[in-house]
Write a protein that binds this ligand. Structure first.
Ligand code: ATP
Ligand code: MG
Length: 577
C-alpha cells in the first residue's frame, strides 16, 4: 500500500466526544468515523484490523469443531414471542415495521433464530452435538453508547450456539469453547481473565466472561479475584464469605422502643446521632424492579448489588427509586416518612428482599416509616415481613474469598467475550426438540458463546498504546511495517525504499510505503499514531548503505543494511502471525 493513496485522515486533535484511549486514538488515527451516536464507519485501516481478528476467531472456532453460517440481521417478532423475549428484552431491542405492518427487530443476538433453525434441521440424536457460529453486525439501542467501539449501538460480534443431548455434552463443549477463547485472545495479543458472571438477559445458569484487565476508565466491570486460589468473578456475580455480625446492640439498647432521631437522613448521621456502629443499623432501600417497588434490606455497612437484587426477584430491569416514587409509595401505604426513615413494617403487598447480612442482626436500629423516628433495640421477630435471606450484597475489596477465605482484590475489566450454559431456556419454550435413541422427544441442551470483534479491537488499543499512538500487536495490526523515505525527491532513498517495499510484499509481509511529499517529522508522527509495529527509515545514512529499523512496541532502534532489515522483518513478523 502506498501511503499517498491510502483512504485515511489523521486528525491533529482527539475528537472532543472521546473519553477513553481507544476511542481517542482510533478516531484520531483515522480508523473510525462516527456516523451517528454509537454507529461508526470502519475505515480501511480499521477494517483490516477487524478482518484479522475475525480470521483468528474463524481459525480457532473451526479448529474447535464449530461450523460457520450466516443468519439474517432482521428478525420477525413471532420468534421473539415464542421465546418470551419480545417483552423481556427491553428498549435495547430495535423494533420496526415493514410495509405490510409486520413487526420485526434488528438482531441484537440470535438465540431465537438459531433455535428455530435447529428445530427445523436437527431432528435426531444422530445429528447432535453441533456448534454453529456466525460473524455479523449486531444492533442494540444501548442506553449509553459510549467509548467508541467499546460500547456501540451497531457492532460486530461472533456468536456461536451449541446443541447437545446431555448436560455432560454441554459441559464438554463449554470447556472446549473456553479453551478456544483463551487461544483466540492470546493470539490477538490480549491476555484475558475468565471470570464467573451473571447470565443477564440471555439467561441460563452458568456463565463466564473473558475480561481484559485494565486500570483505565474503559473497564466498565469490576472484577473480584483471589491471588491465593483461582476464584474470580464479575461484581454482579461475586460472593464473599460472610462473617457473622460481631456486634449485638444489647450494649447500646436495653429495650425495644421507638425513639426520636431528628434529621438523621443518612446512615452516617444516624450512627453519629446514636453513637453506634453502622453494623447495628438495618438499612431499607427502595428500588423499582420492572416498574414495581421492591424493598431491599441490608446491614448498613454493606451496599446492595443491583443485579443480584434484580435476579432475586426475577426481574429484568432495575433502578433505585426517585424521591417522588418513594413519596408515592409512602402515601399508598398511609405513611408520610421521607427517605432515611423508611422501614419494612406496614409494607404489605410490596416485595421485600433481605440480604444474608440481616440474618445475624440483634438489637438493631430500623426505620418505621415515621420521619425523625427509629425503632431501636429491634430484633428479627419485630419484622415479620422477612421470609428468607438471600445474597444481594456488593462484594468489596478485602472481603474474604468464598473458596479459600483469603482477602479478595478488585480490578477493572473490559468484557471481550462470554460463554453461557443456556440449557433448555430457549429449546423448551420454542419446542425445539429431537428424538433420542428410544424415539422420545427431548429439547436440546444448548450453550451460547459470544465475542465482541469490534470491542476486542478497541480493547487491544486500551492495552497497547503510548502518548504517541497505538502499538498494535503484530497479529492484528492493519499493516506490519511502514517504510519511510525521508526525502522522496532523493533518488537513492526512493529507490532503496521501493526495493525493500517490493521484497517485503513478495515475502507476504504487509508493507506500506510512505511516499508522501511530507516532512519526515509528519510521517514519523503518523506512523506512531497509526501504530505500525515496525518502521524502516531510509534517510541520509543510505549513502553509507544503512537504514534505520525501529520497533514500535519497545522503541528499540538499530541501523542495518537494507537486506538485513528485510530479512529480519520477514523472520520476526512471520514468527508473530
Ligand atoms: P455488556 O455487558 O458489555 O453489555 P453483554 O453481556 O450484553 O455485554 P453479550 O450480549 O453476551 O454481551 O454479547 C457478546 C459480546 O459482544 C460481549 O462479550 C461484548 O464483547 C460484545 N458486545 C456486547 N455489547 C456490545 C456493544 N454495545 N458494543 C460493542 N460490543 C458489544
Ligand atoms: Mg449489553
Amino acid at each position: 500500500m502506498k501511503m499517498s493513496k491510502m483512504f485515511v485522515q489523521t486528525l491533529r486533535e482527539f475528537p472532543s466526544d472521546a473519553e477513553v484511549v481507544s476511542h481517542k486514538m482510533l478516531a484520531r488515527a483515522g480508523y473510525i468515523k462516527k456516523l451517528t451516536s454509537g454507529v461508526y464507519n470502519y475505515m480501511p485501516l480499521m477494517w483490516r484490523v477487524l478482518k484479522k481478528i475475525e480470521n483468528i476467531v474463524r481459525e480457532e472456532m473451526d479448529a474447535a469443531g464449530a461450523q460457520e453460517l450466516l443468519m439474517p440481521f432482521v428478525q420477525p417478532k413471532e420468534l421473539w414471542e415464542e421465546s418470551g423475549r419480545w417483552d423481556a428484552y427491553g428498549k435495547e431491542l430495535m423494533r420496526l415495521k415493514d410495509r405490510h405492518d409486520r413487526v420485526m427487530c434488528l438482531g441484537p443476538t440470535h438465540e431465537e433464530i438459531i433455535t428455530a433453525l435447529g428445530r427445523d434441521v436437527l431432528k435426531s440424536y444422530k445429528q447432535l452435538p453441533v456448534n454453529l457460529y456466525q460473524i455479523q453486525s449486531k444492533f442494540r439501542d444501548e442506553v449509553r453508547p459510549r467509548y467508541g467501539l467499546l460500547r456501540g449501538r451497531e457492532f460486530i460480534m461472533k456468536d456461536a450456539y451449541s446443541f447437545d443431548t446431555t448436560q455432560e455434552g454441554l459441559n464438554k463443549e463449554y470447556e472446549n469453547m473456553a479453551k478456544a477463547y483463551t487461544k483466540i485472545f492470546n493470539r490477538c495479543g490480549l491476555p484475558t481473565k475468565m471470570v464467573q458472571s451473571d447470565s443477564g438477559a440471555i439467561g441460563g445458569s452458568v456463565s463466564h466472561e473473558f475480561m481484559v484487565i485494565t486500570d483505565t476508565d474503559a473497564g466498565e466491570n469490576n472484577v473480584f479475584y483471589c491471588d491465593d486460589c483461582d476464584y474470580s468473578a464479575n461484581s454482579n456475580h461475586a460472593v464473599s464469605k460472610l462473617l457473622p455480625a460481631e456486634i449485638d446492640g444489647a450494649k447500646y439498647f436495653s429495650k425495644t422502643e421507638i425513639i426520636d432521631t431528628p434529621n438523621t437522613h443518612s446512615i452516617e448521621e444516624l450512627s453519629k446521632f446514636l453513637n453506634i456502629p453502622s453494623t447495628l443499623i438495618l438499612k431499607t432501600l427502595v428500588y423499582i424492579v420492572d416498574k414495581k417497588p421492591v424493598l431491599a434490606l441490608i446491614r448498613a455497612d454493606k451496599a446492595v448489588e443491583e443485579t443480584k437484587l434484580m435476579n432475586a426477584v426475577g426481574g429484568i430491569d432495575i433502578r433505585i427509586a426517585s424521591s417522588a416514587e418513594i413519596a408515592e409509595l409512602m402515601a399508598e401505604k398511609g405513611f408520610d416518612a421521607v427517605p432515611g426513615f423508611i422501614g419494612p413494617n406496614g409494607m404489605d403487598g410490596i416485595t421485600i428482599v433481605a440480604d444474608e447480612t440481616v440474618r445475624d442482626m440483634k438489637n438493631f436500629v430500623v426505620g418505621i416509616n415515621q420521619t425523625d423516628k427509629h425503632l431501636v433495640g429491634a430484633n428479627l421477630s419485630d419484622i415479620p415481613a422477612i421470609e428468607s435471606y438471600v445474597d444481594i450484597r456488593l462484594v468489596e475489596a478485602g472481603d474474604l474469598c468464598p473458596q479459600c477465605g483469603k482477602p479478595l482484590k478488585v480490578t477493572k475489566g473490559i468484557e471481550v467475550g462470554n460463554i453461557f450454559q443456556l440449557g433448555t431456556k430457549y429449546s423448551e419454550p420454542m419446542k425445539a426438540i429431537y428424538l433420542d435413541e428410544n424415539g422420545k422427544a427431548k429439547p436440546y441442551i444448548m450453550g451460547c458463546y459470544g465475542i465482541g470483534i469490534s470491542r476486542t479491537a478497541a480493547a487491544a488499543v486500551e492495552a497497547h498504546y503510548d502518548e504517541h499512538g497505538i502499538k498494535w500487536p503484530v497479529s492484528i495490526a492493519p499493516y506490519h511495517v511502514v517504510i519511510v523515505p525521508v526525502n522522496i525527491k532523493d533518488e537513492l532513498q526512493m529507490k532503496v525504499a521501493q526495493e525493500m517495499y517490493e521484497k517485503l510484499l513478495a515475502a507476504g509481509i504487509e508493507a506500506v510505503l510512505d511516499d508522501r511529499d511530507e516532512r519526515a517529522g509528519v510521517k514519523f508522527k503518523d506512523a506512531d499514531l497509526i501504530g505500525f509495529p515496525f518502521r524502516v527509515t531510509v534517510g541520509k545514512t543510505i549513502n553509507d548503505g544503512l537504514v534505520e529499523y525501529k520497533v514500535r512496541e519497545t522503541g528499540d532502534m538499530q541501523t542495518l543494511k537494507p537486506d538485513e532489515a528485510v530479512e529480519d522483518l520477514i523472520k520476526t513478523i512471520k514468527s508473530k502471525i
